[in-house]
Design a protein around this ligand. Structure first.
Ligand code: GLA
Length: 374
């Protein structure tokens, strides 16, 4: 809710401070499926980005408690900074201008408790928080998935990465206690309850990733070369049993990328079933297979992520896999809430021994509600 309303004080009207919060997300499963209109199962988490602003004026002026620099831009986003987080702010403003937003500005501060470039969607949270502020400034309303798509386009505009809609959708649609099952073709979603007695343990490998410099776009290009074999069907419409026949005749690399995407969509469906039955053993198998597929077929894991997944399983995690785009970043593990702190400590201690040059970090996360004004 609004933290302070206009209050006359000594004859002056005090500026009104508004507060918008957008959570990061952990993707439970459904990795690299969203950009071919597939299935994903992310959860918004209890960490994110908060924007505290006074609305009005013709410029956007923001500072950040955590990130360097400050941003000063025309409210229509018509000037794009050359580098840094201001690009996301400008890109969101520019996309909102295209959607008809009046160029009203805002001035204030961003605060984040989301580690940067670790696969928890800090850029999507930034885009969504800024968009909510700018929409409020100009009295513009958009449906959550319309806004998610607008922020996805802003990501593309800011850093040129052809990412899907999962991160922004998760930040907007999240619900405490639940993951979001999203079909990126129909844009329909439903909520899947998470086991209440388990926590999500995120372990950051300390390998910084940035989608701008990663091979994300290369992977989507490899995959695109295989798609004609589906003759107009989406990977999510292909049964795993059909795969061998369809892959025959394709070059090995595109074939492997497509095999990942088809099997991963099937794992998203199976994970929803396993969660609804409380079948933790099945969940463990599905996460193992998902990680292996990202390692061997989609080729986006790193040795550090592979180690962390094995360590988490050995230490007692019910399920573990890398989360997000890969090429560094973090793993997610589902762990009994009563033992999560000790599992985290064991994983970090062993990780420090196997990858001495890396600094791992553990975060215990809980699913959370989506972005809103607070
Ligand atoms: C990044 C992208 C998402 C998605 C994941 C991989 O987070 O922003 O759209 O493709 O990678 O699943």
């Amino acid at each position: 809710m609004t933290s302070s309303r206009r209050r006359p004080r000594g004859g002056y009207v005090m500026p009104e401070t508004r507060r918008f919060h957008a959570p990061g997300r952990v993707n439970l499963i459904g990795e690299h499926t969203d950009h071919t209109q597939g299935l994903v199962l992310p959860a918004a988490i209890d960490r994110g980005i908060t924007l505290e602003v006074e609305l009005g004026g013709t410029t956007i002026e923001l500072t950040s408690r955590q990130a360097k620099g400050e941003v000063r831009l025309p409210a229509d986003g018509s000037v794009m900074p050359a580098a840094g987080w201001g690009r996301f702010v400008a890109a969101v403003a520019a996309e909102l201008a295209r959607a008809g937003r009046a160029p009203v500005g805002m001035r204030g501060m961003l605060t984040s408790d989301l580690p940067h470039e670790s696969g928890l969607s800090s850029s999507a949270a930034l885009e969504v928080a800024v968009a909510l502020g700018l929409m409020a400034a100009a009295d513009l309303a958009l449906a959550p998935l319309e806004l998610a798509d607008l922020c996805r386009r802003a990501e593309h505009r800011a850093v040129g990465v052809p990412s899907g809609i999962m991160d922004q959708a998760a930040s907007l649609l999240g619900r405490a206690g639940h993951a979001v099952f999203l079909d990126c073709a129909t844009m329909t979603h439903r909520y899947v309850a998470l086991p209440a007695d388990h926590a999500m343990l995120v372990v950051d490998s300390g390998v910084r990733r940035s989608l701008e410099s990663s091979a994300y776009a290369d992977r989507t290009r490899d995959l695109a070369a295989a798609l004609p074999a589906l003759e107009g069907r989406r990977p999510a419409e292909i049964a795993v049993e059909e795969l061998d026949g369809l892959l025959r005749g394709l070059d090995p690399l595109p074939a492997r990328r497509l095999r990942h995407v088809v099997t991963e969509n099937a794992r998203v469906r199976a994970t929803e079933v396993a969660l609804s039955r409380g079948d933790l053993a099945a969940l463990g198998r599905l996460f193992d297979e998902g990680h292996q597929s990202l390692r061997d077929d989609y080729a986006v894991t790193t040795p550090e992520l592979d180690t962390l997944v094995s360590l988490a399983r050995e230490a007692g995690a019910v399920a573990a896999r890398m989360t997000g785009a890969g090429f560094g970043g973090a793993i997610v593990a589902l762990v009994d809430a009563g033992t999560v702190e000790s599992v985290a400590a064991i994983v970090l201690e062993r990780y420090a021994r196997t990858h001495a040059r890396r600094t791992g970090a553990a975060l215990v996360c809980h699913s959370a509600d989506g972005a809103d004004e607070r």
